[in-house]
Every structure is written in C-alpha cells, then in structure tokens.
Ligand binder design. Structure first.
Ligand code: CTP
Length: 401
C-alpha cells in the first residue's frame, strides 16, 4: 500500500525522535518516497544528515529557506500523507490552535493530505486536560492519532505516553491507503463486542472483564476498509466507532435478538462479544436486602448466540472467538467445529498482553482445514486487521471455487 506514496515525515523535539530513524528506514523499505521536515527542537535529538542519507532527499528545517521560500506550499501539495512522528505536547497545542510559526506547522495549514500524528510524551503530560482537549479537537478535524502506548517512558516511569512502534505506525498508514482502495467494499459486516450483563436485581448483575476493545477495533477497521458495519455492543466505556451503525444491548438475550435481526443481511459475522454463559434464573424486581443468612443465586444458561443462529445469506462467513485459560488450541478447535465456523480466533487470556481489557492481543487463527496462523503480541487494531484479512482471504477462495 505504501509503494510510491509520497509521505511527509515531520519530526518534533521529543526524546523519542531518535526512533524516527528506524521509522524512516521502514517507510522507505516499504517503497514510500519520504521527505523529512524537522522542527528546530528536533535537531537536538536526531541528526539531519542521517535523515538525509536514509530518505535520499534534503531535510527541511527552515520556513524561510533562501531560494525556497515557498517550501511549505510545495511540500504540502506534494504529500499523499503527512505523518508527524513523534509529536510533542507543544506541537499538538500548536496544531490545535492553527499556529504556523515554523515550516512544519505551515505545511499543516497548507496541506489537503490526510494527517496522522504519533504522540510521545510523559504520562502526566498526555493526561493533562489541555492535551486531552487538543487531541479531541484534532480528532474532530479528522486527524488520526497513533498511540501513544503504555510502556517505559524516558522519565523511568511506566505509563501512557510511549511512542508507538514503527511496525504499528506503518500498519496505520497502510490502513489509510487501503481505505482509498477498499478491501471490504460490498461486505455487510456484523460485529458483536463487549460483555453482557445479566441482572440479579435492579442494581446488580453478573458480567465479565471484557472491555469491548477487540470488537470495536474490528468494527473500526472494517469501516476503514470500506465495509458497511453494524456493531452490536454490550455495555462498555468506549466511544462508538465512527461510520458504524451501533446497536447497544445489555443481556445475552438482547444480544441474541439483535444478532438474529441483523444476521439475514450480514455477509460476515464476527462474534467478538464475551457473552455471559449464565444468568440468574429469576431477576429480583426489588433490590435484594441483606438477611444475615447464607444465600444462593440459581443460574440458568443463556442462549448460545452463535450455535443457535438462524441461517445466513449464501456465502456468509462466520468468525468466532475462543477466549481460553488452558488447552487453547484443543478448546478452540472444538468450538470451531461445534459452532460451524469458518474461522476461530483463539487467545489465552491469562497470557501477558492478551487479556480482556488490555490494548494488545496475542491471537491464533484456526481454520477448519487444521491450518493455524499464529500472530505475535500486537495492538488490537493490528489484530483486527489480521482477522479481517483472513476473512477476506476466505471470501477470495470462495469466489474462485
Ligand atoms: N458465544 C455465543 N453465545 C454464548 C457464549 C458464547 O455466541 N452464550 C460465542 C462467543 O461470542 C465466541 C464463541 O461463542 O465467539 C465462543 O465463546 P466462549 O465464551 O469462548 O465459549 P463458550 O461456547 O461459551 O464455551 P465455554 O465458556 O465453556 O468455554
């Protein structure tokens, strides 16, 4: 996707700027034509000469370069995409205000290309209300934010603010360019996400630790890839993905009804929701009071939404998840067969980086043929891309048959 693309790489004065050398190497290795613009502060952290050698082009730093006074317009027009990586808290504030007192900020006002930023700063700065406001304003303007990640920071503390890995940044760039060559155009995708809540009484419920992030990443990626997306979500703290039609539900029963309603139109169903397997047999009408005695709640099974699904349209692809704590492959294989799936995404939720509420996942994709594709720890967005790419490969083979 990056081959032949003209990327303007802006680098600002963060300690993470030294990592932009690797990013530049990866971009050029992927076939991109990269022009680098450095802010004055960035020069403290990364040598322009190295950037010049790796990009194969002169590196720009000054708004008023003698003989090239219109550089900001020229570079802005030439770019297929502007990527600022790393971007500092100060530069984010400048972007939000629309200031243009240096070459890079001038380019940002002049360009019509998509803009992506990969922040890097200390956790406290990233959490500051001023930065939160600026970031949400930039998002509203359509600027895509890559990361930051949780990890070890320059201060020696661990927190949110770490510059995203070069691999992650490239994947996000690829997603932007694939959106203009939509990989999933014509697909009607139905995704479920999050936990379900099964009422005990009007104020209490049984649920699980699912954050919904995996399902939301799937919905978001499918929208980026040109699909029509319906997201059926249990209760989560996440913002609804832009461009997806969202249906919010609470219980497994509600989720089943919503899935059954939308299934006849879906060319691809992805059941990423962590559906509660049990619910209290009877939910109390009034809040249960303490009695001082031992008590028990009688549970009954909820419907298995996947197993009891109505028949879908011809060619429908069905993807399930298997969140396991032991015998991952064996259990996932059984579910793949029993639930008549085309693909199952298996993960060991006790493994580091693969938990329910984290930002990363470690997945294995199991096919009915016995084939297993293992993926290393990656962001949920990248995991979503891998799952959707596998589903589209199944579609491609089906069309050829
Ligand atoms: N699932 C479902 N309805 C349920 C429970 C699960 O549709 N009532 C779906 C999940 O969304 C997932 C797949 O079935 O795609 C496997 O879910 P999982 O919880 O791993 O397995 P279960 O079938 O519930 O079996 P167990 O909990 O015993 O492992």
């Amino acid at each position: 996707m990056l081959s032949g693309k003209n990327i303007l790489l802006g680098i600002t004065g963060s300690i993470a700027a030294y990592k932009s050398l690797q990013l530049l190497r990866d971009l050029t290795a992927a076939g991109a034509e990269v022009h680098v613009v450095l802010t004055q502060n960035a020069k403290h952290f990364v040598p322009p000469l190295s950037l010049q050698v790796f990009s194969g082009h002169p590196v720009h730093t000054d708004l008023f370069e003698p003989g090239d006074e219109m550089a900001h317009i020229r570079l802005a027009r030439k770019a297929d995409l502007v990527l600022i990586a790393p971007v500092t808290a100060h530069f984010i504030a400048k972007m939000a205000l629309g200031l243009s007192d240096d070459l890079l900020s001038g380019i940002l006002l002049a360009t019509e290309a998509p803009v992506m930023i990969a922040p890097a700063m200390d956790a406290g700065m990233w959490a500051h209300p001023a930065i939160r406001d600026h970031v949400s304003l930039l998002q509203k303007r359509g600027i895509q934010i890559i990361g930051p990640e949780v990890g070890l920071l320059a201060s020696g503390k661990t927190g949110m603010g770490r510059f995203s890995a070069s691999e992650e940044i490239l994947k996000r760039l690829n997603a932007v360019f694939s959106a203009s060559r939509p990989l999933m155009k014509g697909e009607q995708v139905l995704v479920t996400a999050g936990p379900t809540e099964e009422a005990i009484d009007p104020v209490r419920f049984i649920s699980n630790r699912s954050s919904g992030k995996m399902g939301y990443a799937l919905a978001e990626t499918a929208v980026d890839w040109g699909a029509d997306v319906v997201l059926i979500s249990g209760p989560t703290c996440l913002s609804p993905p832009e461009g997806a039609h969202c249906v919010f539900v609470r219980s497994a029963e509600d989720m089943k009804k919503a899935v059954d309603d939308h299934l006849p139109k879906a060319s691809l169903l992805i059941m990423a929701a962590a559906v509660s397997d049990y619910r209290p047999k009877r939910a109390a009408q009034e809040k249960l009071k303490k009695t001082g005695k031992k008590t028990a709640i009688i549970l009954t099974e909820t419907p298995d939404i996947l197993s009891e699904r109505p028949e879908g349209p011809p060619g429908q692809i069905v993807v399930g998840f298997a969140a396991e704590t032991q015998n991952v492959i064996e259990n996932a294989r059984k579910k793949l067969k029993k639930k008549k799936l085309d693909l199952i995404v298996a993960n060991n939720v006790t493994q580091d980086g693969a938990g329910f509420d984290g930002d990363t996942n470690v997945i294995r994709l199991l096919h009915p043929t016995g084939k297993i594709d293992s993926h290393p720890k990656q962001s949920k967005r990248c995991a979503a891309e891998a799952i959707l790419a596998a589903a589209m490969e199944i579609r491609r083979r089906r069309v050829l048959q």
